[in-house]
Ligand binder design. Structure first.
Ligand code: FES
Length: 380
């Protein structure tokens, strides 16, 4: 008789996160009205120390995480980014910095390169100074152009991200032209997703169906023209896709985000979800957080799905959509994402889309700003 096959218990353990995102700060010199950061960010606790971050990086790497992203806010307002990059790099992480470019001096860039930084993603908000500076409520356009030239000269591929919305989507031709002038190798055109500040400003930011269709056509023309010279990724807004997405590739499947004040989250925006306890990296290690914590297990897999999704043939593909979106629209994070046409709440999406077609409803933008955050946080 064959001996029973012995499988070590650790072999049965779920894989660790692949991507660790360190949102090192909520401080930011820009005031973008489409920011996904929490509206009440000004009420977050004190930022993690350098030592806290180093501990998180080591623990995540020990679980097998391979990519280390640093974002914020604007990460460069902290002066220890080079230390974090150096540690992550020597542990074998692929490292990338997501930045507005503000604070990236020649000296800082040289130090980051020395530390081993692999990749920089630079955000632009529009193709002209006026439009860029209007939506960010700052004067940063010229500086971004300089930073793009500087990172190129330092040997980094030029990777640009531009968030699209109602007020810049008609400038897409010019935005792509600008990326070509800058010599970008990669351009991400990410339509606004309505979380955080963007949700507050939804009526003013959501493009009409015609604007979106035109933007897609413009993108396709440029793709055909540029071929492999510049890769362009066009990310459609969830509301307008007509299909829910498997958000973050599944809750607790590959992505681990840490907030500036040390909360571990399965996505960028989950800290607004009510009734959940968010594990603090100063109190728990990443192994426990990922495998054992109630938060990371709450919406993992498909067993928890509501009835609408349980009987759907697409449930393994979409896991019922985005939990944060479901909460913001219905008040229930466990509901089917209303983006899905089968959701009992799909009329909420149709209403938002209908409003986007009626420009009379467009409201003044609420800019991401600590004062606005304190004011709104009280009502949050
Ligand atoms: Fe939180 Fe989609 S953004 S689950």
């Amino acid at each position: 008789m064959n001996a029973p096959l012995l499988v070590p218990p650790q072999a049965l353990k779920r894989a660790g996160p692949l991507w660790l995102l360190a949102e090192v700060t909520y401080r930011c010199p820009l005031h973008c009205a489409f920011c996904y950061n929490p509206v009440d960010f000004a009420q977050a606790g004190p930022e993690l120390s350098t030592e806290d971050w180093l501990k998180v990086i080591r623990q995540a790497r020990a679980l097998g995480a391979a990519q280390f992203g640093i974002s914020g806010g604007e990460p460069l307002v902290r002066d220890d980014i080079e230390i974090l990059v150096a540690e992550a790099r020597q542990l074998g992480f692929y490292t990338n910095l997501i930045t507005s470019g503000v604070g990236l001096t020649e000296a800082r860039l040289a130090a980051l390169k020395e530390a081993g930084l692999d990749h920089i993603q630079l955000s632009f908000q529009d193709a002209t100074k006026e439009a860029n500076d209007l939506i960010t409520n700052t004067r940063t356009f010229e500086l971004k152009r300089k930073v793009a030239a500087m990172t190129k000269a330092a040997g980094y591929p030029t990777v640009i991200n531009c968030v699209l919305h109602r007020t810049n989507i008609d400038h897409l031709d010019r935005i792509i032209e600008m990326a070509v002038e800058i010599g970008a190798e990669y351009l991400e055109l990410a339509n606004t997703q309505y979380h955080g500040w963007a949700f507050l400003n939804r009526q003013s930011l959501m493009p009409t169906e015609a604007q979106l269709a035109e933007a897609e056509a413009v993108t396709e023309r440029w793709k055909a023209k540029l071929g492999k010279k510049m890769r362009i990724l066009f990310v459609t807004p969830d509301y307008q896709t007509k299909k829910p997405k498997k958000c973050m590739n599944g809750w607790g499947e590959v992505f681990l985000s840490i907030t500036p004040d040390g909360l571990a989250l399965p996505c960028h925006t989950a800290r607004m979800l009510p009734g959940l306890e968010f594990p603090d990296v100063r109190e728990h290690d990443i192994d426990w957080i990922w495998h054992e914590s109630p938060l990371f297990n709450r919406f993992r897999g498909t067993a928890w799905l509501p009835e609408t999704c349980q009987s759907c043939e697409d449930k393994e593909k979409d896991h019922g959509g985005c939990r944060c979106q479901a909460f913001m629209l219905t008040g229930d994070a466990g509901a089917t994402d209303p983006v899905c046409p089968k959701s009992p709440d799909h009329a909420l999406i149709e209403k938002a889309l209908a409003e986007a077609e009626r420009p009379t409803l467009v409201k003044p933008l609420v800019f991401r700003d600590p004062k606005n955050s304190v004011k709104l946080g009280r009502a949050f």
